[in-house]
Design a protein around this ligand. Structure first.
Ligand code: BJW
Length: 240
């Protein structure tokens, strides 16, 4: 497990860097991944892509809340790991640094990352199903039962299967991908679109694309370099 001299040189000389992260970047903090046997893959007999779906919000919102309340409880005691911390250090190192995450856990922000592009929302927010008013549910205590603005039902402010991404988030990430020189793809299975299209955009724009993951993914073949290993062990190597 090492970083090639070519990647080191590009990392040292790049002006515009984009990092795309997925569940694997939080795995060493104890957050279960979705695929590959992660504990979030099944909840009370339901596969996560069933419970984390737009259909389920319509059919059984209380069950969806039960699943997200459980996950927020697990997350409450977890802290950022070496990978989150290393990525947070990078933000002031480049003229243009873009961190795009599919994670909803907020651990990048907890590690000090700013302006994180959250493609799939954030588990620490609820939003109204009618007026879309956003509620911070990160503080301890009971989350509100209904919208504080209009009294309608609240739902987790995350992007479920079959739902659109937050307005402008993907477009912003795609624009940054199209002009980055170096794209690091860290801890994602590369299965979920449109997020998985971001490294493809970077590659098409001639960026050097590098994947960090203990397992190969469908994105591995398009990458210029694949570092096989855990994010928390690989990323600190960029410093040495
Ligand atoms: C480590 C490690 C360590 C382990 N270090 N690594 C094009 C083709 C086909 C289908 C589609 C398409 N475009 C859109 C679709 C449909 C769909 C989709 O992509 N389906 C595919 C699965 C087939 N996409 C959508 O529905 C999206 N919406 C959309 O496209 O809107 C437009 C539209 C609307 C209506 C109709 C049609 C189009 C929305 C996707 C939302 C995804 N939501 C979820 C749940 C969020 C809420 C929740 O938390 O419950 O987001 S699904 C889940 O997957 C979650 C994740 O963000 C996402 C990605 O997973 P990720 O992060 O890659 O995690 P894992 O678990 O898959 O992988 C972990 C990786 O880490 C592994 O590789 C490990 O090896 C690695 N790892 N330890 C580094 N220590």
């Amino acid at each position: 497990m090492q970083i090639s001299p070519e990647l080191r040189r590009r990392f040292a000389e790049a002006n515009r860097v984009l990092v795309l992260t997925g569940a694997g970047v939080s795995a060493e903090s104890g957050v279960p991944t979705f695929r590959g046997g992660g504990q979030t893959s099944i909840w009370k007999g339901l596969p996560f892509d069933v419970i984390s779906s737009a259909t389920m919000v319509e059919r059984d919102l209380p069950a969806v809340w039960e699943w997200f309340d459980y996950r927020r409880n697990v997350l409450a005691s977890l802290t950022p790991n070496a990978a989150h911390q290393e990525i947070a250090r990078w933000q002031d190192r480049f003229a243009e640094f873009t961190l795009v995450t599919q994670n909803v856990d907020g651990l990048h922000q907890k590690a000090g990352s700013r302006d994180v592009v959250e493609l799939h929302g954030n588990i620490w927010r609820a939003r109204c199903t009618r007026c879309r008013f956003s509620h911070d549910i990160s503080t301890e205590g009971k989350r509100p039962d209904a919208c504080l603005e209009c009294g309608n039902f609240l739902r987790p402010d995350v992007v479920l299967f079959g739902e659109m991404l937050p307005l402008g988030a993907f477009e912003f990430a795609a624009e940054r991908a199209a002009r980055c020189e170096l794209c690091l793809v860290i801890g994602t299975s590369g299965l979920v679109y449109p997020a998985a299209g971001i490294p493809e955009i970077a590659k098409a724009a001639d960026a050097y694309v590098c994947e960090v993951n203990p397992e190969p993914t469908p994105l591995s073949d398009l990458c210029d370099e694949v570092i096989t290993g855990k994010a928390g062990e690989v990323l600190p190597l960029f410093r040495s």
